[in-house]
Write a protein that binds this ligand. Structure first.
Ligand code: GAL
Length: 627
């Protein structure tokens, strides 16, 4: 694994660049990500390019032997472009224009902006595509950041209608698929279909699901246009993009299919503060991050990536500026996060950013250097990480234990129709991941269309649409299986299947869900050390599956049918921990119950132990494999 850093030469006087490049090399950094926000400096006026400064920056880094990941600057279209085409900006769900003055102010469906994005990509790729320092390209920056995938603009509406015509063929097919007979929602032509925002009450969930799929496809198409240009003009260089944490606005499996390496941006402390963690976890892990946040994304994006190639394109180096509270990491954490990424198979960890800028929105965001150019604490940790990586050498190949089946549409569907607060397929996947990791297991994420070869344990946390491929993959595998609620509860168009949930998995699970209810706090059914909470499926009489976990009042929380366990309640807490532990033991996996803040990652040669609250890690030889 290599180390790198995100660098903005345009923020600093040119006289400083050579010193920066030397310090980067001395720190053990080898890949420098530049350019992704520099459009206004590359093309200050329409058609007038100023390459000299960027040429010099590239040569300065190259002279130190550093590789360059060049970004296409399409996340920050300049003011003159927005003034030229004011309708290129997205409209938000309330129909308001998203104005100029920050970033990501464009609509993925705007043809004019698509042409401009292709034009600037071509210009940068023509200039640097064959330069020996360029090792990789990053397309745009964080698609979807600041809630920018969905646009409710006229451009999006027109493109949506075309997309619908393509998907459904006839308007009758669309009406039937969506059940538009309900509330007289039938259309006579695709030209009548509006976007699903601004309806009086909720729009048809099938309408929303189609819009979510469409919005995702627009991102994929926007990205692919850049990828095609880069492949043509810069052959042999890897193409990557930086995905985000806990973000599901587009289908990352689809995006990654067009990339060589899927990158992501890891901000463990910011994510802990901003996402759905308990107040006590937020306090407990405030300076180290929850021990599953980074690893969950490492494994998820490795699973999404085409050939399993992934990297961390931005690594938190100190306090960020965008969370509710922004503490500094414990000493040693930046190094630990770096080594953990290596343990999970990253190709690169690139710190965000080289030097804290004195101006603008991210003034309060740390870098490896302070605003005055002196080292910040993370610089020394990056150096130590580089040394530790050199010492580790080849860590060996990944080892398969458990697989989690995950699909982006599942999360879209639980967002569209939560049927109660906080029921999300993504967070169900996170909680299952956490439970498995507490058992000391490696976890891979697989798409429902993939094979399940080599896994002793398969967990399907919440998957409303079950494709035939998954039914076949499960039949071909002899793994222990744990299936969560809502799985198989819908068809591809969001309608209830004739056989009811779990649909195509009915035979495998040995039961039929007759009724589902969501439970408010206070309606729990208690077991000895666990409870049924949030969700309860009632199973139809005459089922083949045996109740396994049963509450004090006799309500089954889970069923067992051969090697398959089905949860009748939301996968969470002590119940989830017990069920996954039982399934892992039945699968013959070597279970080790880890301390709350400790995680393990096992490869063919190495066992990594990461103690988050202690901010220490160790790597030992994998004796099990050696013998
Ligand atoms: C990321 C983004 C970077 C920077 C960083 C700050 O979301 O890609 O450009 O804003 O956050 O943490």
């Amino acid at each position: 694994m290599e180390l790198g850093v995100c660098y903005y030469p345009e923020h600093w006087p040119q006289e400083r660049w050579a010193q920066d490049a030397r310090m980067m090399r001395e720190t053990g950094l080898s890949q420098i990500r530049i350019g992704e926000f520099a459009w206004s400096r590359i093309e200050p006026e329409p058609g007038r390019f100023e390459w000299a400064w960027l040429d010099d920056a590239v040569e300065t880094l190259h002279a130190e032997g550093l590789g360059i990941i060049m970004g296409t600057p399409t996340a920050t279209p300049p003011k003159w472009l927005v003034d030229q085409m004011p309708d290129m900006v997205a409209l938000d769900r309330q129909g308001r224009r998203r104005g100029f003055g920050s970033r990501r102010h464009y609509c993925f469906s705007h043809e004019g902006y698509r042409a401009e994005a292709a034009r600037i990509t071509r210009a940068v790729a023509e200039r640097y595509g064959e330069h020996p320092a360029i090792t990789a390209w990053q397309t745009d920056n964080e698609y979807g950041c600041h809630d920018t995938v969905q646009s409710f603009s006229p451009a999006a509406r027109d493109a949506f209608r075309l997309w619908l015509a393509e998907r459904y063929g006839t308007i009758e097919a669309l009406n039937a698929a969506w059940g538009n007979v309900f509330w007289s929602m039938e259309y006579r032509s695709f030209g009548e279909v509006e976007l699903p925002n601004l309806t009086v009450t909720e729009a048809n969930p099938a309408h929303w699901l189609a819009f979510r799929r469409f919005s995702s496809d627009q991102v994929i198409a926007f990205n692919r246009a850049q990828v095609d240009i880069l492949r043509e003009l810069s052959p042999g260089r890897a193409i990557t993009h930086n995905a985000m944490g806990f973000y599901t606005g587009y289908d990352h499996f689809d995006l990654a299919a067009d990339l060589d390496v899927l990158g992501w941006d890891s901000y463990p402390l910011g994510f802990l503060e901003m996402f759905r963690f308990s107040e006590s976890d937020k306090v407990k892990f405030a300076r180290c991050g929850h021990p599953d946040i980074a690893a969950f994304h490492h494994d998820l994006y490795r699973g999404c990536a085409r050939d399993g190639r992934w990297s961390v394109l931005e690594q938190q180096p100190g306090p960020v500026n965008w969370a509710r509270h922004n503490p500094a990491p414990l000493p040693g954490m930046v190094k630990l996060w770096t080594l953990e990424a290596a343990a999970h198979g990253a190709e690169l960890v690139s710190y965000f950013r080289w030097r804290q800028f004195t101006h603008a929105q991210e003034q309060m965001h740390a870098g490896l250097l302070r605003p005055d150019g002196e080292p910040a604490p993370a610089l020394a940790e990056a150096r130590e990480a580089a040394d530790a990586l050199a010492e580790l050498g080849d860590i060996g190949a990944p080892v398969k234990h458990a697989a989690i089946v995950f699909d982006y549409a599942a999360e879209w569907m639980t967002q569209i129709q939560p049927q109660g607060e906080c029921r999300s397929a993504l967070w169900a996947a996170f909680d299952c991941y956490s439970a498995l990791r507490r058992l000391g297991l490696n976890v891979d994420f697989v798409h429902p269309s993939q094979l399940l070869e080599g896994y002793a344990l398969v967990v399907i946390p919440c998957l409303p649409i079950v494709p035939d491929a998954l039914v076949e993959a499960l039949a071909a595998s002899d793994a222990q299986v744990v299936i969560g609620p809502r799985t198989g509860s819908r068809d591809a168009e969001f309608s209830i299947p004739p056989e009811l949930a779990p649909g195509k998995l009915t035979e495998l699970c040995g039961l039929t869900v007759a009724k589902s209810e969501s439970l408010r706090p206070g309606l729990e059914h208690k077991g000895d050390s666990w409870a049924i909470a949030r969700w309860l499926d009632h199973v139809a009489p005459g089922h083949a599956a045996e109740p396994e976990w049963i509450t004090d009042d006799g309500t089954p929380a889970s069923f067992r049918h051969g090697r398959v366990r089905t949860l009748a309640t939301w996968p969470q807490g002590a119940l989830l921990q017990q069920v996954t532990e039982c399934a892992a033991r039945d699968a013959g996996l070597a279970v080790e119950i880890l301390a709350e803040g400790t995680r393990k990652r096992t490869t063919s040669r190495t066992v990594f132990t990461l103690d988050y609250p202690g901010s220490v890690w160790k790597a030992e030889q994998n004796r099990a494999e050696v013998q």
